[in-house]
Design a binder for this molecule. Structure first.
Ligand code: SF4
Length: 738
């Protein structure tokens, strides 16, 4: 008999509800869950492919060990014994920092990655921690941490109630939204206009999302920070700034005008390509709208001045009175939120070679290759990758692939032998998404509405394979010196009991003063991520505090398969602030010290072509390129160029071109389109599936061209260390015509 279950899609930040029909152990149908409290039936093409992903013949089900260039299928015991045998001597001989770890973006899309990676990192004790955050959103973490006190205190656009949305470097119609969790961005954008609101999109490409806007403005890549500085200056000079109630909780407001004095509508016009009168008009519209929000995403963050742009986005919201206001930029209130008390700190250590400071306990992934290849103490000799493909998705991806091959040992937790894991000595495959339970711990902390929704595993894990959290815990045991055969149940028990004990002793915890043994007893029917989730829900802001009040627990969510709606966002400042003085820092020293670098670029207008990335709704980084149904149609890694550039350079639609940067050269198919700003070209990232050692049959038939091969690892946003993926100077030359 077919059965139907409901689960939250884990593939992107939108957290859509899915209705999954399983017949005879196989997925028969996936469609949007019309009763899901948040997504109400919305689904994108990726969401319906979870069954295809599960059944992908290239997906590994057993550990693989590489010996002399040959891959051998191993038992789990053999694989972990091999890891202990080879990893432990490296750590013993060369110290904790000789082992690096790279965490791919899928980690934050699953409970195991969110809950069990941190203990692994702690057990490793290494400073060489890298993740996809530094090719993505690290500028937002840094500016939020410095302004509001915590890297996750990130304002999100209240798109369901705003009157005016100014969106920069974001294309939610393709990405489904980012750092602003909301299923059906297109529908929510249409609703803004239907209720009389206005949407302005600023982007070097007239994106799919621009079709939903009232106005689109081209901007030269990498100049968003300068334009936002001009917007802020114009509002301040016009006397229309109204920070309102937050003025009393903010320091540095009076310094803004002086710090940004070099930037105004006129001074940034040549650099940005936006006429001065247009900038003044947008500034006036922003200040005059009943409610408004500036929202910037990857195009503004993964750029040369990403942290400045992120900071100025929030400054614009602050001075117009739209920060922490209904219809403005608000703060999510996740059901699993934990207290944010300690002020954000960064720069506690630096990378060995380039001396770049850490942020959020990690170093820029742009320095990973040099940390492997440069001789000396603390060189990375062994690497663990978890759910990542940095050999395709990080800067100078070709250089990193070379570095990976030079390692003494590498272990990867990944379902595929891809362009990265093919360099590993051991691959440990986790269960498929459908074999895992899910609760979106990460992205409901960035949600435009408060919801809670738990998804049990759709399919059972067969053949005695371990769950992902058990794989991570066993690796943690090895890193902690407890050995590959350590008692994982006891380790998990110790971790949970430690957390309960600390919170029971914490005067501000909802279980303060309670008997830890009693709390552990109340959790005793669950293990692993479920037990931690139940604990987080019950001690969270909506939780039942273990019987002390009415509220949420995991059992309540299990009884609500379409989720529980906890309502729209409400103002949270100043209570949420965790800066040292409890105020918003409008002018963080670590950010404003980067302003002279931007001032030096004023008036500059690059002569050559600049390259930017882009997203497509049927792709997600390099994740989904082995799913046949998503790979149909035109080459989605084509080089987009404007017709005037094509004519000047001698490119034709469908022809081939060489694209050369300071980091490398790639060949791409040309697509001539006037959706590009003249002088700007676009390639997506995550492609380049041309490595014969990888085992991705579908992706290999559609290898595509990889933007990251052109990204210079030496070019980073200074405060955050984020890679510069947008605004890359390139030379383009024709190879063939047609
Ligand atoms: S928009 Fe994102 S969450 Fe929704 S179905 Fe598509 S991939 Fe899944």
């Amino acid at each position: 008999m077919p059965s139907t279950s409901y689960r939250t899609c884990p593939l992107c930040e939108a957290t859509c509800g899915l209705e999954i029909t399983v017949d005879d152990g196989r997925v028969a149908r996936i469609r949007g869950d019309r009763e899901d409290v948040f997504s109400k039936g919305f689904i994108c093409p990726k969401g319906s492919t979870l069954g295809e992903l599960h059944e992908d013949p290239d997906r590994l089900s057993q550990p693989q060990i590489r010996r002399g260039g040959t891959w051998i299928t191993a038992t789990w015991d053999e694989a972990f014994a091999e890891i202990e045998r080879r990893l432990t001597p490296i750590r013993t001989a060369h110290g904790a920092n000789s082992v690096g770890i790279y965490l791919g973006n899928p980690n934050v899309h699953g409970m195991a990655g969110t809950l069990y990676v941190r203990p692994l990192v702690k057990a490793l004790g290494t400073r060489n921690v890298f993740s996809a955050s530094t090719v993505d959103q690290m500028p937002k973490h840094v500016s939020s941490g410095l302004m509001f006190g915590h890297p996750l205190t990130i304002p999100v656009p209240d798109i369901d109630r705003t009157d005016y949305l100014l969106m920069m470097g974001a294309n939610p119609k393709a990405s489904n939204g980012s750092l602003a969790t909301a299923p059906d961005w297109p529908g929510r954008m249409k609703a803004i206009r239907e209720r009389g609101g206005r949407i302005v999109i600023v982007d070097p490409r007239r994106t799919e999302s621009a079709d939903l806007a009232d106005e689109h403005l081209f901007i030269r890549p990498g100049t968003d920070a300068a334009w936002l500085a001009a917007i802020v200056t114009e509002i301040l000079r016009s006397g229309t700034a109204q920070p309102g109630r937050l003025a009393a909780h903010t320091r540095g407001l009076d310094e803004l005008a002086g710090l940004l004095a070099d930037f105004d509508a006129g001074s940034v016009a040549a650099m940005t390509g936006i006429a001065a009168e247009t900038t003044r008009r947008i500034a006036a519209e922003l200040a005059a709208a009943p409610t408004a929000v500036v929202y910037g995403r990857l195009g503004t963050h993964a750029a040369a001045f990403g942290t400045l742009a992120s900071w100025l986005t929030d400054v614009a919201n602050l001075i117009t009175g739209n920060l922490d206001r209904t219809g403005g930029a608000m703060f999510a209130h996740a059901a699993t939120e934990t207290p944010r008390r300690k002020p954000f700190r960064m720069g506690r250590w630096t990378s060995r070679v380039r001396h770049h400071p850490e942020a959020l306990g990690e170093l820029p992934v742009a320095v990973l290759a040099e940390e492997i290849l440069t001789p000396g103490d603390d060189r990375i000799r062994a690497l663990i990758t978890v759910a990542g493909n940095p050999a395709r998705s990080t800067p100078d991806s070709g250089g990193l692939a070379t570095a990976l091959e030079s390692l003494d040992f590498m272990v990867s937790i990944d379902p595929y032998r891809n362009e990265t894991t093919r360099h590993a000595d051991v691959i440990l495959p986790p269960p498929s998404h459908l074999e895992r339970s899910h609760y979106d711990l990460a992205f409901w902390q960035l949600s435009v509405r408060t919801v809670a929704n738990y998804s049990p595993a759709t399919l059972p894990i067969t053949d005695g394979r371990p769950d992902e959290w058990q794989i991570l815990l066993r690796l943690t045991a090895i890193a902690a010196g407890l050995g590959a055969d350590a008692d994982l149940a006891m380790l998990d028990e110790i971790g949970m009991a430690g957390q309960v004990g600390r919170d029971a002793a914490d005067a501000e915890s909802t279980i303060s003063g309670r008997d830890p043994g009693e709390i552990m007893q109340m959790l005793s029917s669950r293990r692993g991520p479920e037990r931690i989730l139940d604990y987080l829900l019950r001690t969270g802001p909506y939780g039942d505090a273990f019987g002390a009040r009415e509220g949420l627990n995991l059992s309540a969510l299990e009884a609500a398969p379409h989720g529980i709606d906890l309502g729209p966002l409400e103002p949270r400042l100043p209570g949420l602030l965790s800066t040292a003085d409890g105020r918003i820092d409008a002018t963080p020293a670590a950010i404003v010290s980067d302003l002279p670098r931007l001032v030096a670029r004023l008036g500059e207008r690059a002569d050559g072509m600049l390259l930017i990335g882009r997203r497509h709704v049927r792709s997600n980084n390099s994740w989904m390129h082995n799913v046949a149904s998503l790979m149909k149609g035109r080459d989605r890694s084509a080089l987009l160029v404007h017709s005037t550039d094509a004519a000047r350079i001698g490119l034709v639609d469908g022809g081939r071109a060489l694209v050369t940067s300071s980091a490398g050269v790639v060949e791409a198919t040309v697509a001539v389109t006037d959706e590009m700003m003249p002088g700007v070209a676009s390639l997506p990232h995550g492609w380049g599936h041309d490595d014969p050692q990888a085992a991705l049959a579908v992706a290999a038939r559609h290898p595509g061209t990889n933007l990251n091969a052109l990204v210079d690892a030496g070019a980073i946003d200074v405060p955050s260390g984020n890679a510069v993926l947008n605004g890359i100077p390139v030379a383009i030359t024709p190879v063939t015509a047609g």
